[in-house]
Ligand binder design. Structure first.
Ligand code: RIB
Length: 310
């Protein structure tokens, strides 16, 4: 199996389940607050590990107990965290998350140590990039570091997957050319292309990203499935599994990880996207980020139960 390296963020999620997402100026009550390991990069690494991938993670945490919680969670998932960087004087990233009764979330991230992951950290861990085949990036660490990591990875001949979340105020045009596979959701696609979030703009938006230089684009559309625009597999729509969502946190992260897990076994992108849909479908039926990620045998059982129900 090919090796996966996730370069990115780690947060501790402070999760509040609420009846509805508070409006501007509104105060609402939540019954409880739970601390759950999260962060887009760490969720991706955790999901890849739970599925059985050979995965390493490079990221930055503080010298605090939140970091220990993260490293323990990733360690249990089988992720190699031996190169994780502890930044003195920084706190581990934090995310404040509300999840409403529809399962939809809103997230505010305090980056902490994630913001201190630099080009120098990439250079000092070049051996990890050299040893890996597939490199997954997201945008909760400095954009400059992502740009540098993607460019370096491409120079080394690696496959680069970018989950463009969250979309920064300024997205460097140069980055597109270093990305093999980009996986925006509908909102991110709209932010990157300037096109409004409409059905006909999904295909247009994906084509636009390909014109910018991305080789393959996979747009996730929640309960509407996903749309693939690939030079190899062509254009197609992949249906979603019909499930009742209780919490969509980490659905996108686990989709990206599942995709990489399949590519690491030399599966095609279409088959990988179909598999990733089933992983995300399970994730949305459970609460929390890393707490909701399934192991491979659960995914296979879930797929089988859908087949049998047909
Ligand atoms: O994608 C979900 C993640 O976004 C959460 O775990 C939170 O930490 C933020 O990074």
């Amino acid at each position: 199996m090919k090796k996966i390296l996730v370069i990115g963020s780690l947060n501790v999620d402070m999760v509040m389940n609420v009846d509805h997402t508070p409006a501007v100026g509104e105060t609402i009550l939540a019954d409880t607050m739970t601390f759950i390991p999260g962060g887009k990069g760490a969720n991706q690494a955790c999901a890849a590990g739970c599925l059985g991938a050979d995965v390493m993670m490079l990221g930055a945490v503080g010298n605090d107990s939140y970091a220990d919680m993260q490293l323990e969670s990733l360690g249990k998932a089988g992720v190699d965290v031996s190169h994780m960087i502890r930044k003195d004087g920084e706190t581990t990233g934090l995310a404040v998350i509300t999840v409403n009764s529809e399962g939809d979330n809103s997230i505010v991230v305090v980056p902490g140590a994630n913001a201190a992951l630099s080009r120098k950290d990439i250079d000092q861990n070049m051996e990890l990039l050299e040893r890996s085949d597939i490199i997954i990036l997201q945008l909760e660490i400095p954009t400059d570091t992502v740009l540098y990591a993607a460019k370096t990875a491409k120079t080394l001949g690696k496959t680069v997957i970018l989950d463009p979340a969250p979309v920064p105020k300024v997205f460097p045009r140069e980055l597109y050319q270093y990305v093999d596979i980009m996986k925006p959701n509908e909102t991110e696609l709209s932010m990157l292309t300037g096109l409004s979030c409409t059905e006909e703009n999904i295909e247009k938006g994906a084509a636009q990203l390909r014109r910018y230089g991305v080789r393959e684009v996979l747009v996730t559309l929640g309960e509407k499935g996903s749309f693939l625009d690939s030079g190899i597999c062509g254009k197609c729509r992949i249906p979603a599994y019909a499930v009742t969502a209780v919490d969509t946190t980490a659905a996108g992260d686990s989709f990206t990880a599942a995709l990489a897990f399949m590519l690491a076994q030399d599966k095609g992108l279409l088959e990988a996207a179909e598999f990733a849909s089933s992983v995300s479908a399970i994730v949305v039926t459970r609460k929390g980020a890393q707490s909701s990620i399934p192991a491979l045998d659960e995914v296979l059982r879930f797929q089988e139960s859908f087949q049998n129900a047909k």
